[in-house]
Design a protein around this ligand. Sequence first.
Ligand code: 3PG
Length: 213
Amino acid sequence: MTPAEQSLMALEICRLAPVIPVIVVEELAYARPLAEALVAGGLPALEVTLRTPVALDAIRAMAEVPGGVVGAGTLLTPADVKAAKAAGAKFGVSPGATDRILDACAEWDLPLLPGAATATEIMVLLEKGYTVQKFFPAEQAGGAAYLKSIGAPLPQVKFCPTGGISLKNAMDYLSLGNILCVGGSWVAPKAALAKGDWAEVTRLAAEAKGLRG
Ligand code: 3PG
């Protein structure tokens, strides 16, 4: 799958809702009810980070939830890309971009949201054909003001910023013309997961969905 084809699919996924939940699954038993709760609240695109031993099994379980579009985050190696695809991930997210990761996504047909944080990194990805990118770590790398400035010379690149974003500052990003959606972990807080408080997760998801009418 070419970078341009990947970005077209990423564009569709990023347009599903204003927020992509960034999920850390510690217990496999959470996976399905958590995905159901988020989808019920209006957030269908889900990023499961490959940071826990059960992450790939969690993707497998979540991929069966009706209405969900489950992706794998924290892709760091070609092996991660292959395993994510095999687990049923519909898209991938990486904090940065290396040639090995990009080549693996082309080879395994996984639409990637590649991470970038500087004008040069964004331009290198654009040269390859990636018009949809993750901006990471968003708040620490300059936040909404930075992305607004990047949009002047590079309006053709659209972003999903992630890192330090919550309900409080999400609109600073979503109100910009070059932002498709934001990513954030606040809609799947550890405490709610530990208690199995799926109603709270659905409430947070619905609140996040409401950021864009
Ligand atoms: C991450 O990779 O952890 C994401 O950027 C989520 O960041 P957040 O926890 O600040 O939303």
